[in-house]
Write a protein that binds this ligand. Sequence first.
Ligand SMILES: [Mn+2]
Length: 209
Amino acid sequence: MSRIIGISDIHGEYYKLCSVLDKIAPQKDDTIVFMGDYIDRGAKSREVVDKIIDMQNVCNCVYLIGSHEYAMLQAKTDDYYNYLFWNYGGDATADSYGCFDNIMKIHGDFFNNLKPYHIINNYMFVHAGIRIGIPLDQQDLTDMVYIRSEFYNKPHQLPYKIIFGHTEFEKPQVQNDKICIDTGCGKYPKAPLTAIICENGKETFVNSD
Ligand SMILES: [Mn+2]
């Protein structure tokens, strides 16, 4: 039986990414949905992006946009997002690539083709969430990558279990209609990277060492 795997908020923590991938041991028919925030804070953003691109040789891969990719993509043209990028760990990403302009020179195809969300079976994967009460086709991308309590504190009406990250908790937050898997990787030195595995209608979690 194939598995659907969600991994969010890696934030340059290459060794934690390798640790969860080793434990999960993805197979050809599995699908990994990478849920954004690959970069910033941790030291190895470039290696993280190379690794998740390489995973296409192992299993099915989907790549979503996170708030940090969103800010990075707007940084050159928008003062607000430029501020967000450089004040929330973007300096580590620029160092990892050598300089800011190298990010898009090296991985521009990757960063320009990130998806806002992904629906598979009865699950919807999205970086931060949705604005409740608004139809899916009218959602704003900034909400999908930045929204917090207005989403996770209320039930939503979409016919999917929503798997999201962006807001870190000590443990995965499991609600009837949504699950947050951001456990602070990249933000706190001892925080693990947590992956979710969806198989046969059940969800389990795998932490990096
Ligand atoms: Mn994040």
